[in-house]
Ligand binder design. Sequence first.
Ligand code: A3P
Length: 289
Amino acid sequence: MARLDVTEKFQGISFPGHLHTKDSLEFAVSFLFKDTDVLIVSYPKSGTTWMQEIVTLVSSRGDPQFSRTVPNWARAPWLEHYYCAAVLEASSPERRIITTHLPYHLLGPALQGSKAKVIYVSRNPKDVAVSFYHFHKIANFLPEPGSFHEFLDHFLEGTLYYGSWFDHIKGWTSHTEAINNLLHITYEQMSLDLHGTIKKVSSFLQCPLVEDEVNNCVKHSSFSSMRDNNMINYTLVPKDIMDHSKGSFMRKGEIGDWKNMFTEEQNQYFESVFTSKMQGCTLEFVWEK
Ligand code: A3P
């Protein structure tokens, strides 16, 4: 299957032009947020889709009806996708759930002064790199990944589509004073304590749930439940965009898969770049289970 890869360069960062046009990126960075909006922010492969499912389920008090009948890109559209404006206009929900991979320096100004609730989702970057590498193989709107070694170099240099992981996490976690409502959740928290994470999200969204409702959210956002739900596992996406014969979007869902992929040398190089780029950053990461 031929790649649809067309690069849209926007303010120095490469984006998949098949999904994000200059107009749609302009639309995103000048978006007028409402105080009732919920914005899920992440670098790709950090647990974005998982959080979309959690927020949908929490908002429907654990009832899976909505998340089993409406695809995730329609219930929590990506702000920078070309169809976002149309989806938001057509659905006009009481509480808009919006998703973005944009870095803080591009989207922060639009959020300034807004009371929209922002959930920032992060994941340890070694697992992000491995997950993103495998995703490049099935996502025809992204460039060919090449070897893992080459891909890892691009990841560490910040030259992949969507820009640098380092800039993304540092940008969104170091400007908390400029954003009124920001909750930082990690993939590893979701994985190690899904029940507790759902309670945290429900409290942040001011959507208190009783225990049975929390348990329903846990059940329907488990890896197996999402893997089998075609409204969230991306199998509805046409093959020319995502080729599931080359791998699954719901791939492994584990902490520490990087250990199966990194050589000792790659790990040492990663550590040295990580230490230098994250200097002064106090965030802690869970690297393995
Ligand atoms: P892997 O490729 O490591 O399996 P994103 O939604 O940001 O693109 O992230 C995708 C990653 O989240 C994939 O990681 C996917 O398997 C994982 N994921 C999605 N839902 C999950 C769940 N319910 N439990 C665990 N991992 C999940």
